[in-house]
Design a protein around this ligand. Structure first.
Ligand code: COA
Length: 223
């Protein structure tokens, strides 16, 4: 089976409402169609690389190619797990989970998007919680980092709710204009402290199929 050679195909993160895993072919097509339908109002640009400015068909194709690329160029020293997010059995969005030199730095980073009709229902918070659970509880990460453009209230709210702290700013050019990206950082101690404080409202997460993936992440087993 392909999974014997690419165990990431067997990795699953489950929350009360969501499943995060690599998509199959038809599911990847559905994800691409979701991106073609739109991720944000055209006058806004939440991404550092403005791939959503592509016309819908090219935007859909870029989703497909992105998934293939991330599988193709994976190494334990530099990886990016392009997870599809499933709600009621259908793909609703994308959660990226990435690291360079994880075995040494123990730091992960992330990016995400949801189809527009699936936004504002707490799904973004739940899927990031799942990703952070994999980082801290599954892989033993020391910190998780992220970033959001200063006008991206929803993304900043998700990070704030999950305990990230601001970690400086970066000036970037988006659509030819200077914009500020806010860097965010969640050290392990804050994740653990938040677990105590917010035990009641942080979504519980189950991870299955992780063990055979650990060498691919450059990680060792966490007791
Ligand atoms: C960013 C994104 C993934 C967040 O997911 P989501 O499911 O919409 O977010 P949630 O429903 O979990 O909301 C999280 C918080 O953001 C708040 N929020 C959402 N939209 C907001 C807005 N426009 N202004 C202020 N706060 C907002 C919510 O109120 C919620 O906080 P609360 O629970 O305290 O009320 C999603 O909105 C998205 O895909 N946006 C477009 C692409 C994008 O921006 N990707 C991230 C690039 S860094």
């Amino acid at each position: 089976m392909l999974k014997d050679h690419w165990p990431l195909l067997g990795l699953r993160l489950t929350t009360p409402r969501l499943e995060l895993r690599l998509p199959g072919e038809g599911e990847l097509a559905a994800l691409a169609e979701l991106a073609a339908e739109g991720i944000h109002p055209p006058e806004e640009m939440p991404f550092l690389f403005p791939w959503t400015d592509l016309p819908p068909a090219a935007r859909a194709r870029s989703v497909v190619q992105h998934h293939w690329l991330r599988r193709g160029d994976w190494t334990p020293e530099n990886w990016s797990l392009a997870l599809a997010v499933f709600f009621e059995g259908r793909p609703v969005g994308f959660q990226d989970f990435a690291a360079r030199d994880f075995g040494t730095l123990r730091r992960t980073s992330s990016g995400s998007w949801l189809g527009r009709r699936h936004q504002g229902q707490g799904i973004g918070t739940e899927m990031r919680t799942a990703m952070l659970h994999l980082a801290f509880e599954g892989l033993g990460a020391a910190e998780a980092v992220s970033g959001a453009l200063e006008h991206n209230a929803a993304s900043l709210a998700v990070s704030r709710k999950l305990g990230y702290e601001r970690d400086g700013v970066e000036r970037v050019v988006i659509r030819g204009r200077a914009t500020t990206e806010i860097r965010l950082r969640l050290p392990r101690a804050r994740w653990e402290a938040a677990a105590d404080r917010a035990a009641a409202d942080r979504a519980p997460v189950t991870v299955t199929g992780l063990e055979p993936c650990l060498p691919l992440f450059g990680a060792v087993r966490v007791a």
